[in-house]
Design a protein around this ligand. Structure first.
Ligand code: CP
Ligand code: NVA
Length: 314
């Protein structure tokens, strides 16, 4: 099966492609130091002579920096853009923007709000478009998360990841990605913050092929019980700032504390896409404690995205 034209959802990759991306990401991670020291064609110079536009309509630290470094180390030229400084900020359509950028650059990495806006841009574009986070999904994050999980536990089959908190973009991509590779995913969410029903249905279809299970509950302890990884995300995502106080009140029982983590497997790791808010969705003891792998996860964004770009632009 050929690599997809775009990565708008993690579901655009087949299970085989996702596992292949993870293997490439592991190799790129293992020999990064060697490649840098040798000043060689990093990662085979896969993007030599190519320019990748990085269009961000929301803030970003990890995604922005890791994509810039990934493109550079692959031999290409990153071009960071924000909608405020483009004609997009004055009402030019995303489809026209995608069409125009396609005449200059070789791929577009986009962080935006609605998934539909990303899809419209991809429809206008004739080059690969990569989802760098929408309100619906965060596929690049999920690849790095799987890489980090596998580093901790060696395999996915027979293992479970518990996501506690908002059934949001990060949870959605984890549900689909986990199901694809045979990692069971359990979501423990507050009432009114369940993951999208269509995504859960699709994850269950995928899980039927890999032997994984997909469970969704409002009980955080049930979600975490025996899990090999416990994952959380902010309570108010970008664009939800006005709801922050109301959400904070409702999400307290879903805070990842040492007590909650104690229900997981003894060798469970703690994961968080970051940015984190200590004392809100996770305590400082947990995120700064021995189970935490959050900075490995952040590092793995770089390796995972190099592997994705190399596949998309091969
Ligand atoms: N996890 C993540 O996407 O972080 P940024 O918002 O800093 O890119
Ligand atoms: N759910 C968060 C993830 C940030 C990386 C957000 O969308 O803001």
């Amino acid at each position: 099966m050929p690599f997809p034209d775009d990565l708008l959802s993690i579901d655009d990759l087949s299970a085989e492609q996702l596992l292949q991306v993870l293997d490439v990401a592991d190799r790129l991670k293992a020999d990064r130091g060697e490649r840098l020291a040798a000043d060689s064609d990093l990662a085979h110079g896969a993007l030599r002579g190519r320019t990748v536009a990085l269009l961000f309509e929301k803030p970003s630290t990890r995604t922005r920096v890791s994509f810039q470094v990934a493109v550079t180390e692959l031999g290409g030229q990153p071009l960071p853009l924000s909608s405020a400084e483009l004609q997009l900020g004055r009402g030019e359509t995303v489809a026209d923007t995608g069409a125009v950028l396609s005449r200059y650059v070789h791929a577009i990495v986009v962080r935006t709000f609605a998934q539909q806006r990303l899809e419209e841009l991809a429809d206008g574009a004739s080059i690969p478009v990569v989802n760098a986070l929408t309100d619906l999904e965060h596929p690049c994050q999920a690849v790095a998360d799987l890489q980090t999980f596998r580093e901790a536990h060696g395999d996915f089959h027979g293992r479970a990841l518990a996501y506690v908190g908002d059934g949001n973009n990060v949870a959605h991509s984890l549900l689909l990605a986990g199901a694809k590779v045979g990692l069971s995913v359990r979501v423990g969410h507050p009432e009114g913050h369940a993951p999208d029903a269509g995504i859960v249905t699709r994850a269950r279809q995928l899980a039927a092929d890999t032997g994984a299970t997909i469970e969704v509950t409002t009980d955080p302890v049930a979600a975490v019980a025996g899990a090999d990884a416990v994952y959380t995300d902010v309570w108010a995502s970008m664009g939800q700032e006005a709801e922050a106080a109301e959400r904070a009140a409702r999400f307290v029982p879903y805070r990842v504390t040492e007590q909650l983590l104690a229900h997981a497997a003894t060798d469970a790791v703690f994961l968080h896409c970051l940015p984190a808010h200590r004392g809100e969705e996770v305590t400082a003891e947990v995120i700064d404690g021995p189970a935490s792998r959050v900075f490995d996860q952040a590092e793995n964004r770089l390796h995972a995205q190099k592997a994705l770009l190399a596949g998309l632009l091969a």
